[in-house]
Design a protein around this ligand. Structure first.
Ligand code: GLN
Length: 189
């Protein structure tokens, strides 16, 4: 079966590992560069993107993440993980941005009043609506020509993919609706 790693630095790591195990895949925690070698795919979880980015730099994982991406291995960034996969063309931060998807994001884009909410949404390529949990979530402000938009909420883009990389602004692992995690697993040959 497939081996999927969850970047285990900060955030919703356990929840992803449990969801992946429920889906019958070999789910492993990823903390060091050598942990990447066994993987068919990697999830960058939700949490706090500044903290996760700082830990990626501290533990010198940035180059391994970039080579994993170049090897065309499947990567799924959720929430804070989406932020880390984005670009920063307007140079608004020194925080790590991997640029795996040509997109700019609005961090905490749903506003302070709406800290978190759950909704169901249409997701391109999935027949039934999917359950989505948003927690201080970002949204995708703009995408480049090679990015496929997969889902939106109130005209705000919340899911997209570019080649081997998938991102969602919400947490797909916090409901029992595993359709989007399955969508990710299907990206792996
Ligand atoms: N607001 C967080 C950030 O900016 C993301 C929230 C999440 O991952 N649930 O990193």
């Amino acid at each position: 079966s497939k081996t999927i790693g969850v970047l285990d630095l900060q955030g919703a790591v356990t929840e992803h590992l449990i969801a992946l195990k429920n889906l019958g895949v070999n789910a492993v925690s990823v903390k060091n560069t050598k942990d990447f070698d066994a993987l068919d795919g990697l999830i960058i979880p939700g949490g706090e993107s500044t903290a996760i980015g700082r830990l990626i730099r501290e533990k010198e994982l940035e180059n391994r993440l970039r080579s994993f991406h170049k090897e065309k291995k499947a990567i799924f960034g959720t929430c804070a993980g989406l932020i880390l996969c984005s670009t920063d063309e307007s140079h608004t931060t020194d925080d790590l941005r991997l640029g795996f998807i040509d997109m700019e994001v609005e961090r905490n884009g749903f506003g302070r009043q709406v800290d978190s909410f759950e909704t169901s949404l249409r997701f391109s390529g999935i027949d039934q609506e999917v359950e989505a949990v948003f927690i201080r979530a970002p949204y995708i402000q703009s995408v480049g020509p090679n990015v496929k938009v997969l889902a939106s909420v109130n005209q705000k883009i919340v899911a997209a993919e570019q080649e081997n990389v998938l991102v969602t602004a919400y947490h797909p692992e916090l409901t029992e609706d595993y359709a989007v995690l399955n969508y990710f697993l299907n990206k792996i040959r």
